[in-house]
Structures are given as C-alpha cells and as structure tokens.
Design a protein around this ligand. Sequence first.
Ligand SMILES: [Zn+2]
Length: 313
Amino acid sequence: MYKHILHDHLDGGLRPSTAKELAEIIGYKPINNVEDVANFFDRSNCDSLEDYLEAFTHTIALMQSYENIEQIAYEAAIDMNDNGVNYYESRYAPFYSVNNDLSPIDVIDAINSGFEQAENEKGIISGLILCGMRHDPQNVSAVADLAVEIKDKIIGFDIAGPEYNYLPSLYRDSFVKIKDAGINITIHAGEGDGVHSIQDALDNGARRIGHGVRIIEDVKENDSLGKTANYILDKQIPLEICITSNLHTNMYEDVHAHPISKLYELGFNISLNTDNRLMSNTSVLNELEMAKLTGIEKPSELINFSASDSFLN
Ligand SMILES: [Zn+2]
C-alpha cells in the first residue's frame, strides 16, 4: 500500500539534533547555548504568527551550504520513511538559501541529492515543490521563472507565507507561466483567509489546496454547499489537511473543534499532512493519532488515498 505525504516544509522539519549539530559547526549563536533544542523550536503555545514564523529564521540560517541542505533533505526523507511513508513531497522557498556561494540551482540540486541518497538506501521516493513567498512579489515571480527554467528537477509550484491580503490573483501572470510549462500547482489557501481565497486559488490553476480547511465556511448548517465547496467536492479537489499546524496557529481551539471529521463525513477529498514537523513537534504518526481524536476511525486510509493526488505520479 502506498503512503503519500503531500504537504511538508523542508525548513520546518529539521531534526532538533541536526539543528544543534549544524549550529555548532557554523557557530550559530542563537542555538549554540540552547540545551533543549526541540523546545526552542516548539511553537505549540505561541500566541502570534510572528512568533511562529520567527522559528524559521533559525532553520534557514542553518540551510546556507550545499552539504547542510543535502543532509536536511536526506534526513527528512529518512524520517518520513521511518513513519511508513513511501512517497514524500517536500516544499521549500529556494531563495532563502541563496548566497554568494550558492545559486538557486545549487539549492535545488542539494535537496534532490539528499532525496536521492534516501531513495538509494530505503526506496522512499521524494520530490520538491518550489514555494514563492506571497508577501514578496519579486520573490514569487523569480521562483516562478526558476521553476520554468528547471522544471525537470521539481514536481510542483506553490505560494506560501501570509495568505491574508495576498490572493493568488496578485500573481496571475506567474501562474499562467507555470501552467503553460505543464508544472503542477498547489496553493496555500483557506488557512489565513476564507472561501474566496480558495476560489481564487482554483481560478489560478491550483490542482490541490494547501490546508483548505476553511472550505467548511462554505457549508451551511443543513449541509447544503456554496459554489466553491460544491466544486471542490464534485471535482474531488484534494485538500492537504494539517491538523496540528492549524491548532498551533490558533485556527481552532482544540482538536475536537477542527473541521476535518465533518469534511470527511461530507465526502471531501482530504489527506493528512505534517506541515512543519519541528515547530509543531509532530510527525506522520502523530497526525494519524490526531485524526483519530476527531473521530475518523481509519485515518491511515487518508494517507493511502492521497496517493492518487500525488505530483510524484
Ligand atoms: Zn504549509
């Protein structure tokens, strides 16, 4: 049985031990004297998005050389494999690692090299989705151009970062280019913003929706569906659900308030994903447990089912 993970950020999934090791090697002060690195990164109880995002400045600081990036990608794939996953889709905003010694293509090659080593050792197949950062128009257009230039080295394109006020339509030209090049599109939508953002993602070519949980706001009390929810259900557009991440960014009070079981009951195409394993102190196995807590009896089926939606096919 194939098990796929569709939504996981490379810079959100470092092993705490690796973060410590790499910080020591490069003399990265904010982590050097930290005893409990897992706790340093854990944003389970953070009270603002800024606090959540601050953690990424530290992981990205450790992703500035070919070797480090390669190791981090290798370990991400190995850790997924150890959780029973055999197809792993990872995503990253490549320009965060570009510096005088590292070109955007070097960054992508380093990630793919790490994935290849894991595949050779364990058989897990991994691929990279490039993320443009939606609060930075220049970044989105540069990542889109890069994606088209090296499309054989990647499996998809996404925009990440703050969703509110940054609708996909702002980048219509980039999405047209990406689509024309035949590159798969998934878009973070329906997390920091509502149903109109999900509709806008669909209008810009998204084949899958990152998170997408707020589609529940288009489901009325008698279970009748609005236009966007109806389309998503009818076309079985995959929603890349990340339960723990949603709780940590304070979208829902607790796991029981999360809409995943309702979406499941209504027949939406949902998969279980990890988003940021380090910051959310989670894993695939933990997400399976979380899904069980919401009342879904066989959550592993969601991971098997997502196989048909993989960009790795
Ligand atoms: Zn995400």
